[in-house]
Design a binder for this molecule. Structure first.
Ligand code: NOJ
Length: 559
């Protein structure tokens, strides 16, 4: 029977490669995760989302799965996973698995068979098409672009045929038109639900359905050629309903979709409670408020109005119809204290806590990315060779191919790289930040660990972790913080963000200063006399309805 436990949930995301390496082989592992469950519990999280733990050749670090029913040996065994599940459940922590089913690894047995035997039934599992001869030269079947590489088509060696990959070459898109593929996917979900997992995060789900027949994209202005034929495709809603019917609805499972630039209308359709598709989806638009055109590597001065639009738009759209999520970081983004024009060398604590307060007091379920709760910072990578993410390398090479000097290209990459979030966790000041006992980690550590680490933060007078604890407690217990309707104030203010949440006569007022200077702000009359529930400074300088904020100060009032 379906319940709505997710509405009060606090989800903690673990990127298993880099969380905790218990056997000192350089890779994070399940045993390491188990050793930190009490820490996650202490923070106040109620659920964990694991980035992929399945077998994978790791071309895209777990997001290229070669066996959906097994655990990769670098992380442990299926027995270890079963114990992890038990250990989570015994602590009251729900378990959310990552489901990457838009594509499989090209090392998946289905794909290998599809290529090895033209008559294999697995050929129809993928999107394989003959190339086109243009002036005698073989060209891909369409002009679609992959998100990560150039053409979305890769030629199959020794043939004139191509397979579609909307991400890396090693991630072949599945053919969701084929009923057997959809059945396989439902079976995989049931396999994990049968084990007792509590839900899934679906990777780039709104690309499952493509427009058939496949055709060239003639649009002039498009961020990605072909997108209009593979984003929010015509059968998307049907496919999600089918997954529900055959798997998700058979259990009390929670679903959160990671979508790729969905239209506003579709975003709502995916999460409408009466639609029986997903419980919620991620919304990332506010995270583009410091880059140009959604391209993470191209920095621009932080635009608070854009941040507000991105943060509040989905809260308004979904309220009363479906559920929302609140995100500041994940494995695809740099650390939040080192973006949005923030100088973390001066305001790390203030910004980390203020950002958390304004984001997570909103309407929706908070998703916290490992390390964010201790205000971990970006890594001062010295060269592209220190970065492991294939996307960093692809974009770097691309920039150079257009004539950009290497050092300049590297500066761009370093601003927005996913690698920042993927370095080993800084647990303490011991070797490799306490991630392991000294074996060289798969990805270099952030040398800042000696100074910025979980242990030190927890013991500090101004501890990001302790602030998160207080914030999350409110978020779980205060009905207005969970269910309240969001109303934004002073949208046009370029320094201050302010909103209320209202539920059954109770009101919260959240206001914060997004600047490195102190700033005065006149609050609405009704806030006068309200109780300060949370504040990232020792005191709030209030006279009447005017609050004089210190740099990056954030305050939550209750009336
Ligand atoms: C989104 C995931 O979050 C990202 O890490 C991955 O590279 C792509 N989808 C492709 O699976």
């Amino acid at each position: 029977m379906k319940t709505d436990w997710y509405k009060k949930a606090i989800v903690y995301q673990i990127y298993p490669f880099s969380f905790m390496d218990s056997n000192n082989d350089g890779w994070g592992d399940i045993e390491g995760i188990i050793s930190k469950l009490d820490y996650i519990k202490e923070l106040g999280a109620t659920a964990i989302w694991f980035s992929p733990l399945y077998k994978s050749p790791d071309c895209d670090y777990g997001y290229d799965i070669s066996d959906y029913r097994d655990i990769d040996e670098k992380f442990g065994t299926m027995r270890d996973f079963d114990r992890l599940l038990e250990e989570c459940h015994s602590r009251g922590l729900k378990v959310i698995m990552d489901m990457v089913i838009n594509h499989t690894s090209t090392e998946h047995p289905w794909f290998k068979e599809a290529l090895a035997d033209r008559n294999s039934k697995y050929r129809d599992y993928y999107i394989i098409r003959p190339g086109r001869r243009v002036k005698g030269r073989l060209q891909p079947p369409t002009n679609w672009a992959s998100t990560f590489t150039g053409s979305a088509w890769e030629r199959i060696e020794g043939t004139d045929e191509y397979y579609l990959h909307l991400f890396c070459r090693e991630q072949a898109d599945l053919n969701w038109e084929h009923p057997e593929v959809r059945q396989e996917m439902a079976d995989i979900l049931n396999f994990w639900l049968g084990k007792g997992v509590d839900g899934f995060r679906f990777d780039v789900f709104n690309m499952f359905s493509k427009v058939w027949p496949l055709q060239d994209d003639d649009s002039r202005k498009t961020f990605q050629k072909g997108a209009k034929f593979f984003v929010d495709g015509p059968r998307m809603h049907e496919f999600l309903k089918e997954l529900n019917e055959k798997a998700l609805s058979l259990y009390d499972s929670f679903t959160v979709g990671e979508s790729f630039h969905p239209s506003r209308e579709n975003a709502l359709e995916y999460i409408r409670e009466d639609n029986r598709e997903f419980d919620t989806i991620f919304n990332f638009a506010h995270l583009d408020s410091d880059n140009i055109g959604g391209l993470k590597f191209f920095r621009k001065p932080f635009d608070l109005l854009q941040f507000k639009d991105g943060l509040f738009g989905p809260q308004k759209d979904s309220y009363g119809l479906g559920w929302n999520t609140l995100v500041l970081e994940n494995h695809d983004n740099p650390r939040c204290v080192d973006r949005f024009s923030i100088d973390s060398s001066r305001f790390r604590y203030e910004a980390a806590t203020m950002l958390a307060a304004v984001t997570f007091m909103g309407f929706g379920t908070p998703f916290i990315y490992m390390g964010q709760e201790a205000g971990l910072t970006n890594t001062p990578f010295r060269s592209i060779d220190e970065m492991k993410d294939p996307v960093s390398h692809f974009v770097y090479d691309l920039m150079k191919s257009y004539g950009m000097p290497g050092p300049l290209a590297f500066r761009f990459i370093r601003y927005g790289a996913r690698d920042h979030a993927r370095v080993p966790m800084a647990w303490n000041a011991s070797v490799n930040g306490g991630f392991n006992r000294g074996h060289e980690p798969w990805q270099c550590v952030n040398p800042a660990y000696k100074d910025i680490n979980v242990e030190k933060d927890m013991a500090a007078e101004r501890s990001v972790f302790r602030f998160y604890q207080k914030l999350l407690k409110i978020k779980k217990e205060n009905a207005a913080a969970i269910y309240g309707k969001t109303e934004e104030y002073d949208h046009g203010n370029r320094k201050i963000i302010a909103y209320s949440r209202e539920h059954e006569g109770k009101r919260l007022f959240v206001a914060a200063n997004f600047c490195a200077r102190s700033t005065a702000y006149r609050m609405p009359e009704w806030v006068q006399g309200a109780e300060v529930l949370l504040n990232n400074y020792d005191r709030a300088d209030i006279s009447g309805t005017v609050i004089r904020f210190s740099p990056y100060q954030g305050v939550v009032f209750e009336k």
